[in-house]
Ligand binder design. Structure first.
Ligand code: F6P
Length: 360
């Protein structure tokens, strides 16, 4: 009998539980394997009670639940684990410990569900001999070699609903509403939700913007008799020649957090366009909630395909969605280049054709 384990790492995304359910149901029901769950990302391998058996019972009723029943961590890189010792931050390499634990558990494969950070750790573990299969996850949709990641669709729905709601109040009060959405280096959520929600300005990290161009769009609308505007801005958007706005620097407890660009845009617009502005930062609402049917469907297919990949000994690879197919891509290829919005692609072109300002 084979034995596999599954862990979820990095920021959570709606659909993680659907993957776990699909892996457990397929591995136990179809192949008769043992499945172990690892708590809180790779940390579970080095913590008491961090690895436990998963049966069909544990995955009943979780398909529609957001979050992850395994827990997750976005600071648990075993090759560079940041810990506080005597009040000082130190970096420890605990990869040998993790490797030994995986060997002692007799795992035939470890299924790692995560974004590019977590998948990078999976690749490094594979390089030292751990048999891994990756499953791409992130609301940001910024993992290469797959058409979409699960979690993205749910986040876009949440963001679009927010923009819809801001529209009615913006129009009633003749205000400019600036909504800040997630996306450190990739503007997919902002671009997709901005187009779907009918935003007037969309600012994404891939296209450095000019404050004056944002103002020009708002003023142009006012001249045409539209006394309100919606500006959708990704947290990682930044002005031409300027830096991303950091809300909190990283330390041993926190990773660096972005935030604040929406307030800067709002301040500039209210000062220069003589119009009232309000800011909404949607934050972690975008990571929560029940996955959409599309995300459940994608996560379920990725989970079953990951188990088939283990059965076919396709290790060191990630399951990816290409059109209507699930394909296997080497992790080295996935991680060679980050996925970003194609600034010459059709989505950006669509926005421009609609008269949406991208701030440049
Ligand atoms: O990677 C997904 C993401 O939602 C980013 O867009 C965002 O910057 C980050 O997570 C925030 O994560 P956390 O608050 O968990 O550190």
């Amino acid at each position: 009998m084979n034995r596999i384990a599954i862990l979820t790492g990095g920021g959570d995304a709606p659909g993680l539980n659907a993957v776990i359910r699909a892996v457990v149901k397929t591995a136990i029901g179809e192949y008769g394997w043992d499945v172990l769950g690892v708590r809180n990302g790779f940390d579970g391998f080095v913590s008491q009670g961090g690895v436990f058996p998963l049966s069909i019972n544990e995955v009943r009723g979780i398909l529609q639940r957001g979050g992850t029943i395994l827990g997750t961590a976005n600071r648990g890189n075993p090759f560079a684990r940041k810990v506080m010792k005597d009040g000082v931050e130190i970096v420890e390499d605990t990869s040998q410990q993790v490797y030994d634990r995986i060997r002692s558990l007799g795992l035939d494969a470890l299924i790692v569900v995560g974004g590019d950070g977590t998948l990078g750790i999976a690749r490094d573990l594979h390089d030292i001999g751990v048999p891994v299969v990756g499953v791409p996850k992130t609301i940001d949709n910024d993992v290469s070699c797959t058409d979409f990641t699960f979690g993205f669709d749910t986040a876009v729905v949440t963001a679009t609903e927010a923009i819809d709601k801001l529209h009615t109040t913006a129009e009633s009060h003749h205000r400019v509403m600036v909504v800040e959405l997630m996306g450190r280096d990739a503007g997919f959520i902002t671009l997709y939700a901005g187009i779907a929600g009918g935003a007037d300005v969309i600012l994404i990290p891939e296209i450095p913007f000019r404050f004056e161009a944002v103002c020009a769009k708002v003023q142009h609308r006012i001249m045409r008799g539209s006394f309100f505007s919606i500006i959708a801005v990704a947290e990682g958007a930044h002005p031409l020649g300027g830096e991303q706005v950091v809300a909190r620097q990283g330390d041993a407890v926190y990773i660096q957090r972005l935030g604040g660009i929406s307030q800067q845009v709002a301040d500039f617009v209210s000062l220069n366009c003589q119009v009232e502005t309000r800011v909404t930062v949607l934050g972690h609402l975008q990571r929560g909630g029940s996955p959409t049917p599309f995300d459940r469907w994608l996560a379920t297919r990725l989970g079953t395909a990951a188990v088939r990949a283990v059965a076919n000994a396709e290790l060191g690879k990630m399951v990816a969605m290409r059109g209507d197919n699930m394909v296997m891509v080497p992790l080295t290829e996935v991680l060679a280049q980050p996925k970003r919005v194609d600034i010459d692609g059709d989505a950006v072109r669509t926005a421009r054709d609609l008269g949406i300002s991208l701030g440049n």
